[in-house]
Structure formats: C-alpha cells, structure tokens
Design a protein around this ligand. Structure first.
Ligand SMILES: Nc1nc2c(ncn2[C@@H]2O[C@H](COP(=O)(O)OP(=O)(O)O)[C@@H](O)[C@H]2O)c(=O)[nH]1
Ligand SMILES: [Mg+2]
Length: 348
C-alpha cells in the first residue's frame, strides 16, 4: 500500500515521515523528498509464525512518500500523488509562521486550502477529458456508447462542482465509478488527516480534536515528540511514551487507520519456507487474491483451503480447527475476509 503524504508548506510533512517510519533524517535533513517502506506491525502474523514454524516471516509493507513542496507548475507533482492508494494529509495545529495555535476555524481553513488545490488539479483532468470526449463522440466509433456514458458522468461532476459541491460527493453507479477509476482523482482518494500538534498543545489535544470537522478521518500526533520517541533506545521508550501519554506510536496508528480509510484487508499464506501477509482491497474474490500471490495460481485456480485466523488461533492448530469443521474449501468467487489464512490449490 502506497501512502502519499501531502500538506501545506511547513505543515510538518517531512517531520511526519520520520515520525511515521522511525527513520533518521539523512544529511539533507528535512529538506526535499523522502520515501520509506516499513513493515506492517502484525500480531496475527506473529501468532501464525508460532503455529507454523518456517524459515521466514514476511510482513505486508506500507510505503510512505513525502513528495516535497508543491512546485509552481504542479501537474507532474500531482500526477505522482495520483499513484498513491491513499493520502495522508498533514494539517498543522499551529500557524507555521507565527507558531500560534490554530483555533477551529483556522484549522478548517488550513485543511480546506490544500483540498482546494486537489480540486483544481482534478478539475483540470476532468475538463480535458470532457473536451476530448465531446469531439470524439461526433464520429461513430466502437467505444461510442461507453464514451457517451463517460461524458454524461463528467458533465454531471462539473455541474456539481460549479454549484459549489465537491467531486468527492458526486454519487455514481458502480459502472461509473469503474469508468472513473483510471482518473485517480485526488478528491476521491481515501484520505487520513494527520493533525500535527505542537508540544504545547499536546496536553490539550482532546479539545483540539473536537474542533475538527466530524466527517474527516483523522489522528493526532506531535511529530517532534514522535521523532524523538522513535530514536530512543528500546529500553527508554516506555518511560518517554508514558510521560507524553503516547499509548501507541504514530506509525502503527496511522497504518491501522490507513487500512481502514482505504478499505484494505490482509490475508495470509503459509508456504514451505515462509509465513506471509498480503494486502488487498476488501471485496476481492479468492481468485483475485490468488493473482496477487502468483498469476499461475489465478489462471489454474481450483479452490482455496480457508481458515479464519481467529478460528485457527482459538484452537491452536490447523488439525484442531479441522476437527471442529472450521477448515473450509472455498471456490473462486468466495469473498476473502480480513484475517483469512488461504492455501490455493491450482492446476499447472
Ligand atoms: N515545535 C514543533 N515543530 C514542528 C513540529 N512538526 C514540524 N515542526 C517544524 O515545522 C517546520 C516544518 O516542518 P517540515 O517537516 O519541514 O514541514 P514540511 O514543509 O511540511 O515538510 C520545521 O522547522 C519543523 O521542525 C512539531 O510537532 N512541533
Ligand atoms: Mg518537507
């Protein structure tokens, strides 16, 4: 899963990526672009590794990307951000210049300021495509029916935007949503807000959180404190975390929240050498999940031996779970559930 970190200048994006990943800034410090791949903390995988001792334990990974500052000519910048599966939008709880704490209306304004830029970038993409399709439909082509459907959708979106609405709120059918998928619209991407509070405001975080819009998924942190926490020796972390009342570091918290906002789940496989976690969008079929592991497994898919992690864990072994009838054989259309342990049977 690719998580794109966006935010206004000086909101704390670069500090955040070090807080999120526990990595240490290099010689360039906070300046410029950064990216880091981190393993997903996974207690289920740890438990599976106990049940099935193998050579390796391979966790799922998350890639965090800090794209640096938005350049004046921003089209290439946003094109890059479009490749992310979800956005992590850093909003500073303080004014970056005066360092004063932001009240609820200033917080909202800062949040909306960047969202307006996302909308401008999406508008550009939608208008270009609308103009192209308007010409294309004048001549009969093989794709004319689909082009007409797409054009109608784009017109509807432009109207909604014109009337002061957001692209994100335009309702659409599944087939329309599918048409739109390749646009990778920024305003329709899953978004997690990282509210970056100053050290002074940290103890007051409950109140500040309450001031933030309700429909927005967010978690709060103090990036500077979290960076410090990440750089301490293991043995010193407990006391420091207690002092600042940090129940769980921001990295794992953000990863869990990102799975939530993006509707992603994990399934597990146990091979000869490794026990492994895989990230997929919720709703995939067993055959689609198999394709994630290997295309041959999807092509020759026969069935998936399936055990829910909770059942396996409750009974301690596959054998015990089987005796209780908890090991299932599922077909290609089975909807994979979070925590499923799958063994794909396929013909070569
Ligand atoms: N005091 C304080 N300063 C912060 C915090 N987070 C970021 N900053 C400072 O704000 C400035 C901008 O941070 P940076 O991560 O470079 O922001 P970016 O422009 O969004 O990448 C830097 O001087 C940071 O040290 C924080 O939690 N507390
Ligand atoms: Mg930066």
């Amino acid at each position: 899963m690719k998580l794109g970190i966006i935010g206004l200048t000086q909101s704390g994006k670069s500090t955040a990526i070090f807080a999120l990943t526990g990595q240490t800034p290099g010689a360039a410090g906070l300046v410029g672009k950064h990216q880091a791949v981190v393993p997903v903390p996974d207690e289920r995988l740890d438990a599976l590794f106990q049940i099935y001792p193998r050579d390796r334990r391979v966790p799922a990974t998350v890639e965090f990307i800090d794209y640096g500052e938005i350049p004046r000519d921003s089209s290439a910048y946003w094109a890059n951000v479009r490749l992310a599966d979800a956005l992590v939008h850093v909003v500073a709880g303080f004014d970056p210049v005066s360092r004063e704490e932001r009240d609820s209306s200033a917080l909202r304004a800062a949040y909306n300021e960047l969202n307006a830029e996302l909308a401008v970038s999406d508008l550009d993409i939608i208008e270009r495509r609308r103009d192209k399709l308007s010409k294309q439909i004048k001549r009969p082509t093989k794709t004319q029916d689909q082009d007409l459907e797409e054009l109608a959708l784009l017109e509807r979106m432009l109207e909604a935007e014109n009337a002061g609405g957001s692209f994100a709120d335009v309702e659409m059918s599944d087939s329309e949503a599918k048409l739109l998928r390749s646009f990778q619209l920024l305003t329709r991407k899953p978004e997690l807000v990282l509210l970056n509070l100053s050290e002074n405001a940290w103890s007051n975080r409950g109140e500040i959180k309450a001031a933030f819009p309700e429909n927005v998924q967010f978690i709060e942190m103090c990036a500077i404190i979290e960076v410090e926490l990440g750089q301490l020796e293991e043995s010193e972390r407990g006391e420091f975390a207690e002092l600042y009342e940090i129940a769980e570091p921001v990295g794992p918290r953000a990863i869990t929240a990102a799975y939530g906002v993006s509707g992603s789940i994990r399934f597990y496989t146990v091979g000869k050498d490794e026990v492994r976690a895989w990230t997929i969008p919720a709703g995939l079929s067993a055959k689609e999940a198999a394709a994630k592991v290997h295309t041959d497994m999807a092509k020759g898919f026969i069935r998936a031996k399936t055990i829910a992690f909770d059942d396996l864990s409750a009974h301690g072994s596959e054998k015990a779970a089987k005796e209780k009838g908890l090991v299932r054989l599922e077909g290609k259309d089975y909807r994979v559930a979070d925590g499923d342990v799958l063994e794909f049977h396929f013909s070569k």
